[in-house]
Write a protein that binds this ligand. Sequence first.
Ligand code: F6R
Length: 614
Amino acid sequence: MCGIVGYIGSNPTLDFLIEGLKKLEYRGYDSSGIVVFMEKPYLKKCQGKILKLEKTLIEKELKLAQVGLGHTRWATHGAPNTVNSHPHVSNSGELYVVHNGIIENYESIKSVLIKKGYHFKSETDTEVLVNLIEEVKKTENVKLGKAVQIALNQVIGAFAVCFLDVNNPNEIVVAKLGSPLVIGIENNNFYIGSDPSPFIRYTNRCLYLGDNEMAILNKKEGLTLRSLQTDNILKPKLENLKLELEQVEKGGFKHFMLKEIFEQPKNIKDALRGRILTRPNRIKISSIEENITKMAKSNRLIFIACGSSWHASLLGEYYFEELARIPVEVEYASEFRYRNPIIKEGDIIVPLSQSGETADTLAAIKMAKEFNPFLFGICNVVGSSIARETDSGVYIHAGPEIGVASTKAFTCQAIILLMLSLDLGYRTGKLEGLKYNLIIDELVKIHQKVEQLFKESKKIEHIAKKYQNSRNFLYLGRGLNFPIALEGALKLKEISYIHAEGYPAAEMKHGPIALIDKDMPVVVIATEKGKYHKILSNVMEIKSRGGKVIAILSQGDEDIRRIADDFIEIPNADELVSPILANIPLQLLAYHIAELKGCEIDQPRNLAKSVTVE
Ligand code: F6R
């Protein structure tokens, strides 16, 4: 986790650093800090958010500095206090560093350095790293860049790092392995970010640093890219970003999460754009076309993911088994990576991730690679590590998701999974044309149905008021609505801190029914027509034990509507599509409850957007 920014060039940097850190606060917000250089270094750090840090920046000269580093932290090693905040400084006071990632062998390096006389103020792995570089620089008598290259070959772990040497404030040295780092370039002005959002107002020309690469950014000599392993000079591949500034701003909404919920009709259209042709209906996904032989022959798909992406993968399981008739397994990446899984020829591994940086998913990919399977990634963030580590794949095109709770990315993941399974099923002759055409017709209309269900917003706010003080919630769904129950419960717990659990509705009788009383709201997703009577019986069971039912229903439902305490209607849709719609009122319900409780919706406590540590 953690967000890092840096700048070197001919413009004042303070505003860039602070505004850039605010853009990256979704990556962690336990503490923050900056260092800028103006004849001498000014180091400012504090526990808590960037706004608090900003208030400490009172010296006028800070405004003039043209080189600096900044950091927003999600604590891994050491408590989230000021001492443990970045930037960290070496014992001599000459080297500064900001770091995103984790140095796994820091303790052994630390004990060697302590024997050499180094002392440490913080409990962090990063302070060890900067002192290791100082030691290498001294003993090898080399410049910062060479010291970084030598030292980083001695560390085990993940890093995106930026270093500044006060003896040479014309230069910043950056390096990457595992954690993301991108450099925005405008002549000899260099903007560094964990993602491009801090610098898109200044430039759209950028270089995504690859794993095991380092760059020396010199305001006079320009950028030099080198291999960390061989020290050879590499040719930088510059890219032009398509990101717009408005995509990373709140646009009048109180929270990013709310903006992202209401953005979904547009995101859905973006996810489908160019991939669905109508009259005659056809799905055109180049990565499927290119790999159709492998896909058609595959024995099994193994999804690996975490959190909401894992829930989307569960939907994928239903879709692929139903439409493409391929067996699917859905694995928690964190479990899979430590098992001794059986991966056979013909198995396709499908990592699914919004950020494309989740450490467990990345580690599971690396482990799976030992079996040499075909890896088909599904990611949101373009150019992310998971996108690069996989053989082929598809982007979901949800645009930047900044609220920590995933909303639009989940919806676009579901849309893409449905589209992929339809395409594969049809191309391999497992799916007949009638169903194929019907679902394509549904997919092209789905954004309108999402717009339509936003008309229920006021009602959802009212329901949120009624249940805001409940301490526990149960979410129930059958079939395709089971992953939606899990996702609805996750949204509520992560942003409102109310305990919530998702269950397959029929499992209620096997335990959770014991919890039901008048204080336990049960959200029942009851849109599956095929099993309507079964879910109706579940609702009766809850009501007869005094439970409160909030039902998510299809328009025109009569029976459950009559007995539920509250209900939210979603537009009628095919059973493969309705779960995607049913999820959206649950996002709004969680949002409004959290808002009424005064929670920090975009940055819930203890969480961070991309979990780049184990
Ligand atoms: C929940 C949430 C997390 C992520 C999980 C995986 O709202 O955002 O559970 O889904 O950390 O992240 P990605 O999809 O980036 O791999």
